[in-house]
Design a protein. Sequence first.
Length: 397
Amino acid sequence: MTSVVVVPSPVPETSTSCTEEEHSTSAAYTPAPVPSTSEMPVVPSSAYVPAVPMPSPSSSEKPVVPSSAYVPVAPSSSPAAYVPAKPSSSKEAVSSYYAAPPASSSKAAPKPKPSKPSTPSYGGSGTWNKPNGKKWAITYTPYTKGGDCKSEMEVKTDVGKIADLGYVAIRVYSTDCGVFENVVPATQEHGMQVIYGIFLDAATAPNSQGANEQLQDIIDNAPKDTVSMLIVGNEYISGHGGDAASLASYVSAVKTKWLAAGFTAPITTTETVAAWEQYGSALCDVIDIFAAQVQPFFDGGKSASQAGDFAYEQLEQAAKVCPEAAAKGKFISEIGWPAGGDANNAAIPGKAEQKKAMQSIIEKVGDHACIFSYQDDSWKAPGAYNVEQYFGCADNL
């Protein structure tokens, strides 16, 4: 949650840290026709656009306060110098990128070639992404309410609580704010895995200095046996105006360096369902597994108790775009429900509603969904429906 295991890298202001962008004005939600089949109906994805924290190399420097309005800009032609910044509101506004196409419009990528027998499976088998019953991961950003980096002890306490809740992985969005100094050591104490992220936007474009510094930081510091997966870009296309071709090229380059450094954990990127259906065919050949962002609240047509069914339908719909990658593992990289803010038609925020939503989500997709997020992000701008600051759900898990 453009606003969210963590972290930060600043959580997209959706997050985002198992967390964590500002966008254009949200588009009205238009229900899509349901295809006549015997399968569970597919619901169009919401207009949700999370914000992602601007990553910075591992450090304890104070993140930069996000700007109040985000205007998508195509990545600059020449790589910009990497400047750490605090993530902008992940869901400040729902952009047209998130208008869900009709369910029947899902287009499968070219028929995949049969996988070789030796091709690994990353979906809950072996050492990768194995859930603890119905619980798997949660996003986490090591920020205080004021937006400063948390201390080593504060992070250690947070990670301990996450472990006590039964989660076995934490998603972080970049390598800033002490990820390797504080977050990773704390996860190791509890035998947890980390979902690492390389933050991309117009300034920190694919193959830019900032992006490559994040990659090198992870290669140099991440314990190989505790890497859950590497997510290259968080809604880079739908939330930051990036193009699929440059993203695909960079994911491929990252994979080459990743394997050369001795890492074997899967690499992917993550987008909204609508973005996957429109641009996904260009990405299918370079990702190892499939990951999508699903935020039921921003759909506006679903109540809290329907969040789990909606999430299941949306992931199944999106995964059809890249069947070969999805066969190795399909995940929801962000999903949550706000405990405060304004209603979005049938979607009502609130503590009681959040509890219902989380129960529904965990029951339906919990074993392959990254919950957004561990704590409220008070430092964010209110965002669309004034809910960005209230996705913290540790008390309702």
